[in-house]
Unconditional design. Sequence first.
Length: 77
Amino acid sequence: MFYCYVLRSQKTGRYVGSCENLTDRIRRHNAGESKATKHGVPWLLIHSEGFATRAEAAQRERYYKSGKGREDLDKLS
């Protein structure tokens, strides 16, 4: 299973990503192992969706990074 996820940091705002192992990915974000997110630690998971393929998860990630997708995420938080 692959996931599209949305994280929130009080320091830097929101981050959208996709992965196969969600628990490990969030752990790595909070451990500062990701260059893109190390300045926002701690991160809280605010939304996730599961998909059968990596391509589907990546497509949803791209949507959330678009204008309409960002509007939808603003409604969540």
